[in-house]
Design a protein around this ligand. Sequence first.
Ligand code: AMP
Length: 282
Amino acid sequence: MNISQTPEQTRALIAPLRGQRIALVPTMGCLHAGHISLIRKAKSLADVVIVSIYVNPLQFGENEDFNQYPRTFEKDADICKNEGVDIIFHPENLYPDNGAKVTLKVSDLSNILCGISRPSHFDGVVTVVNMLFNIIQPNIAIFGEKDWQQLAIIRRMVSDLHMPIEIIGSEIIRETDGLAMSSRNRYLSPSERQQSLALSQVMHLMKNNSQQGEKTSETIKYGIENLNNYNISLDYLEIRNELTLKPEHSITPESRIFIAVKVGKTRLIDNISLKMESEITS
Ligand code: AMP
């Protein structure tokens, strides 16, 4: 496994591999089983797997956790090596010293859900993913469904900007008690860890209810009432179409619940499909 720290080194490492199918798995490090599932999917779909590890300053708001974000490179490198990753791209900084003067901007899809409380977040994400795509020029790139809105926006970026890259979504990996894995889960105190179960538990209650034929507004009201039992602060709880991200007024096979909360100071997000189990094909 090679580790590169600059775009130039990365390009030089990739040059002899062109012609093979190259997969990119972009991450911010502090790798857990969710990231590993992305790496395994990449291995199953490509000849060469490149993992990028970069805590991208542009996607963090001023009062967010950029400085605090866990950086565990040595452990991450061991995981990547064990998983048979070919190259880790671990740049120190991808921006000019005087700041980027040219960035990408997302409209519409970023004015909803996480984009409301994190107004410049998705602009930062698409800008850095675009840089990674330019440096690595992968054939495919794997993103987790945990960050569903991010995945939808990346798909749209690739389509709107005519990028010849296939975007693959990968299912959410959860702890055994249902909490979606996240590098930020390590911020949680034991009592907050307990409270964080609210997300998956409430979404499952809502899913059961919606399958009894309830309207989405009723299902959301029911979910919000239930969340009140957990003493956490709700950012949003919505039911939207998973492809267009438009609100759904009645449940369809494309309906998905999206939730974001703050448990103490930690922001957590999650989502689940409202498809009946019998409608889920993959
Ligand atoms: P991050 O390092 O948090 O920026 O995440 C890097 C990639 O891993 C993103 O595509 C995430 O959606 C994905 N990811 C993070 N957590 C999970 C999870 N629990 N299950 C599946 N994918 C995940």
